[in-house]
Design a binder for this molecule. Sequence first.
Ligand code: 4AD
Ligand code: MG
Length: 481
Amino acid sequence: MTSKTVAELLSQDVTLQDVSIKGWVRTFRAKRFIALNDGSTINNIQCVVDFENFDEAILKRITTGAAIHVKGELVESQGKGQSVEIVVKTLDILGDSDPETYPIQPKKHSFEFLRENAHLRTRTNTFSAVMRLRSSLSFAIHKYFNENGFNYMHTPIVTGSDAEGAGEMFKVTTLEAKNPPLNEDGTVNYKEDFFGKETNLTVSGQLEAETYAMSLGKVYTFGPTFRAENSNTTRHLAEFWMIEPEVAFMDLAGNMDLAEDFMKSVLSYILENNKEDLEFLDNRLQKEEEKLPQAQRSDMSLIEKIKFVVDNNFKRVSYTEAIDILRNCKPNKKKKFNYLINEWGADLQSEHERFLVEKHFKCPVILFDYPANIKAFYMRLNEPDAEGRETVRAMDILFPGIGEMVGGSQREERLEVLKEKMKALNIDEEELWWYLDLRKYGTAVHSGFGLGFERLVMFATGMSNIRDVIPYPRTPQNAEF
Ligand code: 4AD
Ligand code: MG
């Protein structure tokens, strides 16, 4: 007799004399029907106990959350809702679960409550489905890049540079906070720190990925990144996972093509391979929406939204066009935006991004050619436009319900232009000497982007809070588990 998973047993179309299965009890009904789940699928397998001939002491220990080992016969089910079930011959309790204290009872729990019990929340249908999808998407991402000739690169987690130049970094130090060694002028002497210099957790692997793109051609990273920004929103984490492809000899148009093809490919993968989990989450959302007034319900279900992205072209719109749309739109004219758009050069807030994707275009939008002074130092400068305005070859991909999903650009490959930009922004050339070297030796056009993995998981699962798509979220004032 071999042990099988619930997923394997449920996909079985034959009956089996002897099966053995281990899992956690979801419910035990009428002293007879155990709904058993082992995490391999959203579905439970029903195990039927002949309670009249069963040890009463054991029956009492079949409680929600208990781990059990069942041996029995797999038969066609008599009841509704499942094709097969197990007639239990023997049942061992592997681990008890006290019903008085076990937090995950068979009833609806709020996501807030489940966040506080994040170590147990994957024992619910919603979170097990979300985390299986997260795993599946990770695999699809590696598969896509592997099949398209990319090398997977591991960029350092501890770095001395600030890739985004935004200063939102977590320091890494072994110096004592209370009593650090000081220089003569009273500043901290980092020469005595572990690495002999100031270091921090990476905010992006991009700069190092560029070095490998300029030798291996096509590379990507997929790793944790850290931002010490004090944004307590449903879309920001202090620790999140980012996918960053970087490609030599590719310009901004190629970058957009790559990003679009990549996202469509990984979303197709889950449509194909995670049907049951997606259907479960789709139903869950529809039930949630039924509680809302008609006007607030979305026109498409979760699966329809994913299919829509896979089947339709992303809309490509320049920043300048977007500003024209925003300047003349109703919420701007009626002063409904918190930040009114008056002139070219304004940075876009999430209210503007949402208006563009959700109200105006109603599809994913790639915004490109942003004003130079609201974007990072490494982006390729365009020729000034007819009105003398300076833009860079940046692109952001905005998604309905999510906002910014991707940020990327063609990189500045010209040494002198890059140096001037760094000077203007007070970025130390000595710190990025190796980055500048790329422009000295065999420089070439190259581009890449970063996709926030959790935002992709949010879109794919319909979850509305980013804290619910990563196992253990790190946010301001919170690093439990
Ligand atoms: O736009 P960002 O800051 O771009 C970069 O870091 C570039 N170096 C990427 C590149 O060109 N290789 O971040 C990229 C994406 C965002 O579009 C967003 O999806 C996600 O990372 N992101 C976050 N996700 C969760 N929590 C946060 N605090 C995030 N900050 C950015
Ligand atoms: Mg960005």
